[in-house]
Design a protein around this ligand. Sequence first.
Ligand code: CP
Length: 306
Amino acid sequence: MRHLMSPLDLSVDELDELLNLANDIEKHPEKYAHACDGKKLATCFYEPSTRTRLSFEAAMLNLGGSVLGFASADSSSAAKGESVSDTIRIISCYADICAMRHPKEGAPLVASQKSQIPVINAGDGGHQHPTQTLTDLLTIRSLKGRLDNMTIGLCGDLKFGRTVHSLINALIRYPGIRFVLISPEELKIPSYIREDVLKAKQIPFTEVERLEDAIPELDVLYMNRVQKERFFNEEDYVRLKDFYILTREKLSLAREDMLVLHPLPRVNEISVEVDDDPRAVYFKQAQYGVYVRMALILTLLGISVE
Ligand code: CP
């Protein structure tokens, strides 16, 4: 039995296979319509979500399976003090696979250690969000044709943005990747990523504050929102929340073939006037999230479709 806690749980070859499967699902959805007949997915979300929870549910329904679960800690027995270890033992009696989001770093890992079914980390605190990373990789590979030899700009809240942390960990396994880390001083990438990942593995990167300075050299611009729910005081959040706003004017400095990604939800960091630009692919990215989660469910349940 396999779980997915981090994108690094999959080797580069396994990742390629998963992305190939997702592309096949995109092209031939009818082939997979009954692949999970009789199977159940539990979505255990202790934190709010639109895309991750609903795309997991759409993925399982597209595969012919069914779904059950809860969308907030308040609507589960966590509100009465039940631990994730006990909860997953119960969920193991009801479902074949579980996607879990939790505000505490490591909670899905704890659950996986007591689980009788595969557990997928659907986001744990400010730590990791591996299925968003799979979505991001599928989007970049499908639209750019490669995952290597690129300059990737990561812009916004690099301190608390778990999607950024997961994406860096995944992309450094490909040759010729260079990062431009664009953030205000207070939201710089944590030192455990800068020192233990980027510097330790000799990955080229620069840190800048102005988006306008970085944008002309980028192949991919990955925007993220300032993560309000991780701030300790409202004042800091209010001061930083509109630090970056990608406007049509700023986008005019970018290459014609640069892609703009965003894990969403968006707050103010991308102006809606940018949405119609062909380089803005964040809504397409959300659609890729369904294909890749379908591929992941099949892979973790060991189901292959001829
Ligand atoms: N990208 C993402 O995780 O969105 P949700 O919080 O809506 O699931």
